[in-house]
Design a protein around this ligand. Structure first.
Ligand code: AMP
Ligand code: MG
Length: 428
C-alpha cells in the first residue's frame, strides 16, 4: 500500500469494531396520525399482530355482491338478471342476506353480506332503473360470470393475528408506520436513535450571512452533515462552528460527548493542518489519525472520547473539503451510525450495483480507490448507466451535489467507455 495508506475496508472495520453495536431500547409511543417521531427508528423486537387485516371480509370493488352459483355462464350476450335487495356502503354493517336470485349493491371496503360469496364489478353490470331508487323492485343484469372469492378481500389476507409482521431490525419507513397503525400497534420497542453532534472547525468559516472578510469562506459542511446524519436514521445536534482555539474546542467536544452518542467533526484532520483539532482530540480522546487509500477523503480520524459518565463516545474526524467530508461520512461514519441505530448488517451500507460507464472514468495509478461522483440512470437496454458529474475536485461540491451515485474506480487506468463499474447508490 502506497506510503502507509490504510485500505478502506480496514479503516471501516476499525471504526465498526469500536462503535457500540446498538444503543438502548425504549418503548416509543406511536402517536396517532403521523408518527414522524419514530420514522427512521429500528424496531428492537419482533412485532406480532394482535389483529387481522382486513378485520372482516370486504369487497375490493364497487359492484354487486352475489352468489357465484347464480351467475354461472353470465356474459354480455347472456346476462343473468338478479333482484337488487339492498345496498351496503363502506363503514356500514352488513345486515342484509343475499338469497339465491338476488344481489346487493356494495361499495369498495364494505363488509360482505351473508349469503354472497363474490362481487361482480359495476362495470360488468347494468342496473335496470333509476340508481337513486332502491325499493326492492329493481333488478340488475350481470354480464360476467364470477367465481367464489372474486372481488372479495378475505379476513387477514394482509396480516393475520399472530403473524410476525416486522422482524426485529426493521426500520420504520412511512409504509411500515402505516402497517403499525393498521394493526393498532400503539407502542413499539425501538432502538434509541443515536444523537450525533455535528461541528465544523476552522477560523476561515462564517455562517452569519455577513460580507466575507479577506480569507473567509461560507461554512457549508454542517448543512450537509446534519442532513446526512438525520437521513441515516440518527439525530443530528448542531454544535456550530468552532474557532481554532484549543480551550473552546475542548469545551464544545466535552459538552457534545456528554449530550450525544457520537460526534462528527469536519476540518483539521489533514497532514498539513494547523493542529488545534489534532492537539485537542489527541489529548482528550483515544484517537487514530489515518491516511486512507482513497480519493477523495484520504485524511480521517476516529477515536473514543470518554464522557463524564464514563461512556466512550465515538468521534468521527472528517476532512474539511466538502466533497471529502461527504465521501468520508458515506464510507466510514454512516455504516457505524446505522449500526448504532440498530440496523442489521445488511442495512449498514448503501446498495452497490453494477453500472455501465457512458464515458471513460479516467484516473491514474496512485495506490488508491477513487470514488467518482456520477449521475446514474436506468436505460432502455435494461442496464444502469453512469456519467461523471465532471468536476471531481474535493472542493467542487456544486457538481457533486447533483450526483445520485458514487462510482468505485479501482486503482489502475480507469474505466473505459462502455466498461462496467460498481456504483454506490445514494439512496437508502
Ligand atoms: P481542512 O480539512 O480543515 O484542512 O480544510 C480543507 C478545506 O476545506 C479548506 O479549504 C477549508 O477552508 C475547507 N473547509 C473546511 N471546513 C469547511 C466547512 N465546514 N465548510 C466549507 N468548507 C470547509
Ligand atoms: Mg481547517
Amino acid at each position: 500500500m502506497a506510503g502507509g495508506l490504510i485500505p478502506i475496508d480496514e479503516a471501516r472495520a476499525f471504526v465498526l469494531q469500536r462503535c457500540p453495536a446498538s444503543l438502548a431500547v425504549s418503548a416509543d409511543t406511536l402517536p396517532g396520525r403521523f408518527p414522524a417521531s419514530v420514522l427512521g427508528a429500528v424496531v428492537a423486537t419482533d412485532v406480532v399482530s394482535a389483529e387481522d387485516v382486513p378485520p372482516f371480509a370486504n369487497t375490493a370493488v364497487d359492484g354487486y355482491a352475489v352468489r357465484a352459483s347464480d351467475v354461472v355462464g353470465a356474459s354480455t350476450q347472456t346476462p343473468v338478471t338478479l333482484k337488487v335487495t339492498g345496498e351496503i356502503a363502506a363503514g356500514a354493517a352488513a345486515i342484509v342476506i343475499v338469497e339465491s336470485g338476488c344481489a346487493v349493491r356494495i361499495m369498495t371496503g364494505a363488509p360482505m353480506p351473508a349469503g354472497a360469496d363474490c362481487v361482480v364489478m359495476v362495470e360488468d353490470t347494468e342496473f335496470d332503473g333509476d340508481r337513486s331508487v332502491l325499493d326492492g323492485t329493481q333488478t340488475v343484469r350481470i354480464m360476467k360470470a364470477a367465481k367464489t372469492g372474486d372481488g372479495v378481500r378475505a379476513v387477514g389476507d394482509d396480516v393475520r393475528i399472530g403473524d410476525v409482521v416486522f422482524a426485529a431490525g426493521t426500520a420504520i419507513t412511512p409504509a411500515v408506520a402505516a402497517v403499525l397503525a393498521s394493526i393498532n400497534a400503539r407502542t413499539a420497542l425501538v432502538h434509541h436513535r443515536p444523537r450525533v453532534a455535528v461541528l465544523s472547525t476552522g477560523d476561515e468559516l462564517i455562517d452569519d450571512g455577513s460580507t466575507l472578510a479577506p480569507g473567509q469562506i461560507r461554512e457549508s459542511n454542517r448543512s450537509m452533515l446534519v442532513g446526512l446524519v438525520d437521513g441515516c436514521g440518527a439525530q443530528a445536534v448542531d454544535h456550530g462552528i468552532v474557532r481554532d482555539d484549543e480551550a473552546v474546542l475542548e469545551t464544545v467536544l466535552r459538552r457534545a460527548a456528554n449530550e450525544c452518542d457520537a460526534i462528527v467533526t469536519s476540518g483539521g484532520v489533514s497532514m498539513g493542518d494547523y493542529d488545534v483539532v489534532k492537539a485537542v482530540l489527541s489529548r482528550i480522546a483515544d484517537m487514530r489519525w489515518m491516511q486512507i487509500a482513497i480519493k477523495p477523503a484520504k485524511p480521517f480520524a476516529f477515536g473514543l472520547l470518554t464522557n463524564d459518565r464514563g461512556v466512550a463516545v465515538p468521534v468521527f474526524g472528517l476532512p474539511g473539503n466538502p466533497v471529502s467530508s461527504l465521501v468520508s461520512f458515506e464510507l466510514l461514519a454512516r455504516p457505524a451510525l446505522r449500526r448504532m441505530a440498530g440496523h442489521p448488517e445488511a442495512a449498514w451500507d448503501r446498495p452497490v450495483v453494477a453500472a455501465i460507464a457512458d464515458q471513460p472514468l479516467k484516473r491514474g495509478r496512485d495506490g488508491k480507490v477513487h470514488y467518482q461522483r456520477v449521475v446514474a440512470r436506468f436505460a432502455a437496454d435494461g442496464r444502469l448507466h453512469v456519467e461523471s458529474v465532471r468536476a471531481q475536485a474535493s472542493h467542487q461540491l456544486a457538481a457533486t451535489a447533483l450526483a445520485n451515485a458514487i462510482a468505485v474506480v479501482p486503482d489502475g487506468d480507469g474505466v473505459p467507455a462502455g466498461g462496467e463499474v460498481p456504483v454506490i447508490l445514494l439512496v437508502t
